[in-house]
Write a protein that binds this ligand. Structure first.
Ligand code: NAP
Length: 246
């Protein structure tokens, strides 16, 4: 049995086990399982991986940065983002990947118009860093928007002004996520118009209040479900590329 899984702190509503279970069923993959592992920490991750006999695993909140110290190797994207959401355990070595960044880039690209040259990225956490890395690759300039701006980040008041020229707005905060769905990270929806593209990384609900309001203002909108699916597909490709190399 090839064992895969997801590590995180609280995984009660995790979508990944269901997605992989359905994939294995649909594709007749009988020798693989994908389980959820709720961990209190990642101290001695290597021993934990060996004990559980994992071939590969995904990493979610709050361990995407904490696992870095256990990696024997990092792929270029994980190094650039500074976070790992996918680990390949082939040959007893742990190689960290970041499939969030390419998943975001690939799902954003078909929606881009020539006027989407500058972006506002709401939030400054791991997801925001993956988004920023992807935007760099796409040649889109960006500013982080933070409640406590430091360095090059701007505050929300300034972001409202910048919306006139920054026509791509990405929500990389958890604001609006189930169960607190009636809040939005973007306080002035009237600043958004038809030329805006609004992308919310949140996938539950599929349309957040931020996206609903942006859509009502005429913007193009995209929720986080496609990105979530793509990062899972890319993780599967990482683990299987490893298998072929064995
Ligand atoms: P996080 O570290 O918990 O938070 C990200 C940032 O959001 C924080 O650094 C903070 O920035 C801002 N923030 C947090 N609480 C806030 C609040 N109450 N009001 C305003 N801003 C707040 O989360 P994350 O791991 O980066 O993930 C962010 C979201 O992306 C989550 O909803 C996650 O589920 C989603 N996500 C989706 C995918 C996908 O595949 N679709 C992949 C990864 C993540 P400041 O302190 O600077 O304001």
């Amino acid at each position: 049995m090839k064992k895969y899984g997801l590590i995180g702190k609280k995984l009660g509503h995790s979508w990944s086990a269901k997605w992989f279970g359905e994939k294995f069923e649909r594709e007749g993959i009988a020798d693989a399982e994908y389980r959820l592992y709720e961990l209190d920490g990642v101290a001695d991750l290597r021993t934990w991986v060996e004990r559980n006999g994992l071939k590969g695993f995904n990493v979610t909140i709050p361990y995407k940065e904490a696992v870095l110290e256990w990696m024997d190797e990092l792929d270029e994207t994980a190094r650039g983002v500074g976070a790992v959401n996918c680990v390949d355990c082939r040959g007893g070595r742990l190689k960290g990947y970041n499939t969030d960044a390419p998943a975001f880039a690939e799902t954003l690209r078909p929606l881009l118009q020539p006027w989407h040259k500058a972006a506002l990225v709401l939030g400054t956490g791991g997801a925001a860093k993956a988004v920023a890395f992807a935007l760099k690759g796409l040649g889109i300039e960006y500013k982080f928007v933070s409640r406590k701006p430091v360095g090059e980040a701007v505050g929300y008041d300034e972001a409202m002004e910048l919306a006139a020229t920054h026509l791509l707005i990405v929500n990389a905060t958890p604001v609006g996520m189930y169960p607190a769905t009636e809040v939005s990270p973007w306080p002035e929806p009237q600043r958004i118009g038809e030329r805006h593209l609004c992308y919310d990384l949140i996938y539950n609900p599929q349309e957040t209040l931020f996206l609903r309001q942006a859509r009502q203002e005429g913007a193009t909108v995209c929720g986080g479900l496609k990105m979530l699916q793509r990062q899972a597909e890319l993780s599967w490709m990482v683990w299987n590329r490893a298998t072929e190399e064995e």
